[in-house]
Design a protein around this ligand. Structure first.
Ligand SMILES: *Cc1c(COP(=O)(O)O)cnc(C)c1O
Length: 424
């Protein structure tokens, strides 16, 4: 297997001293990546959670090609274009009722930065000094300084710690411990916080930790009682990943602000939106320029990205996209259930199209390089899996077949035999 090693590229989340090489992918299609030398990898994590229907969905590729015939980037202040207008109207229709305004940016991190800035602007423009942000233990909201501040403190952001702003932190609502989360949230809300930001139903980078829809609904109720803005970071959960189009639907809640990115274009090209209720837009609407929302990305509402997103929404309009997600969810549930009583694993969890389980490595001494060793083990078997520490998760594109999934779980079983403390 040929690895690119001599390269000026500095890759993300990579310790180059431990991972000197990278596979050079020449072709992507459906659930598969093919390297230059012909080696194939099943993309069982949807290329870092972005690909939804599958790589290079024909309708999305066609929409991108067609859009390049008429528009590239267009300044978005004082000017607009049909792809952005049409997409905004469609997003208002399909997202939870009440999210009436759409602010465009270009990544999940910027969507969250925008959400936090909107929330603070809302309070400031109303003449109230609410500034505190509440976030959840183990949260991940992005890698910019603001989003790292809302995210969990860890080895990933330790060097920047002095720059991160302080947030109020509620404990993760583990099963049976939900009341502690509610009590902490209530106390911070009573103190007059500006907003609570949370990943609905599943914390992604924090370890694919799940909690129930009733917990999400109760957290929303607490925020509402105290007038604290509720920000749903649906960057990972949006567009079918949790079994419904949006995770908030399962709790029957409408956030005050919602962030969408990864699956917005089916994962094909970068685009993000932050959507909000009318009151938040209205708080910035005034004759004074100083009350405007001062944020812009150079590539705001990129027409090609908007065209890709419109094509993606077109795919969701057809019944078979939702049927496909339901079918994948059922296939995943069935495979997850096989590991429930397996002593090599703990905390087997399933939510929609996602399965996660923790390898029991309590006394193995693999701790620091375990995820790298596992990754190499899977790569050598033609599988793209990237465990988060001992947590192995399967988050495939929706086009994955039952046979392909079986291959993934066979490899996970084989990995457990090699790495788990209680290998069989
Ligand atoms: C990936 C992710 C982000 C950051 O998105 P980027 O596009 O990588 O900046 C934010 N929030 C959540 C929940 C994510 O999973």
């Amino acid at each position: 297997m040929s690895l690119v090693t001599d390269s000026p590229v500095w890759r993300p989340f990579t310790q180059h001293a431990l991972q000197p090489g990278a596979y050079k992918i020449a072709h992507a299609e459906g659930a598969w990546l093919t390297a230059e030398d012909g080696t194939r990898f099943l993309d069982a994590i949807s290329s870092w959670w972005v690909i939804t229907h599958g790589h290079r969905h024909p309708e999305i590729m066609a929409a991108i090609r067609q859009q390049t015939e008429t528009l590239d980037q267009i300044i978005f202040a004082g000017f607009t274009h049909e792809p952005a207008e049409a997409l905004a109207r469609r997003l208002v229709e399909i997202t939870p009722e009440g999210l009436d305004y759409v602010f465009y940016s270009d990544s999940g991190s910027t969507a969250v930065e925008v959400a936090i800035k909107m929330a603070l602007g809302y309070w400031r423009n109303r003449g109230l000094s609410r500034r505190r942000v509440i976030a959840m233990e183990h949260a991940y909201h992005g890698d910019t300084v603001g989003t790292m501040s809302a995210g969990a403190r860890s080895v990933f952001n330790a060097p920047y710690e002095p720059l991160l702003f302080d947030v109020a932190r509620v404990p993760f609502p583990g099963r049976g411990a939900e009341q502690a989360t509610f009590d902490a949230l209530e106390a911070f809300c009573r103190d007059g916080a500006a907003a609570f930001i949370v990943e609905p139903l599943i914390l992604g980078a924090g370890g694919m930790l799940t909690y129930g829809a009733p917990v999400l609904a109760e957290m929303k109720r607490i925020c509402e009682t105290h007038g604290v803005l509720f920000i749903a970071d649906e960057v990972m959960t949006g567009f079918g990943r949790t079994g419904t189009l949006f995770a908030c639907e399962q709790a029957g809640i409408v956030p005050d602000i919602a962030c969408y990115s990864k699956g917005l274009t089916g994962g094909s090209v970068p685009l993000a939106v932050t959507m909000c209720r009318r009151e938040i837009y209205d708080a910035h609407y005034a004759p004074e320029r100083a009350r405007a929302f001062f944020h812009s990305s150079s590539f705001t509402a990129n027409p090609i990205g908007c065209a890709a997103a419109l094509a993606n929404l077109g795919i969701w309009e057809k019944a078979d996209a939702r049927a496909r997600v339901a079918q994948l969810a059922a296939m995943q549930a069935e495979r997850a259930s096989r590991f429930v009583d397996d002593p090599r694993f703990s905390a087997v969890r399933h939510l929609g199209t996602i399965v996660a389980l923790d390898l029991d490595v309590a006394h193995s001494g693999y701790a620091s390089t375990l995820s790298l060793d596992l990754m190499r083990f899977f790569n050598a078997r033609g599988l793209l899996l990237r465990p988060l520490g001992p947590t192995i998760y399967v988050l495939p594109p929706y086009c994955v077949t039952a046979g392909e999934l079986d291959g993934v779980y066979e490899a996970i079983g084989a990995a457990a035999n090699q790495f788990a403390s209680r290998a069989v």
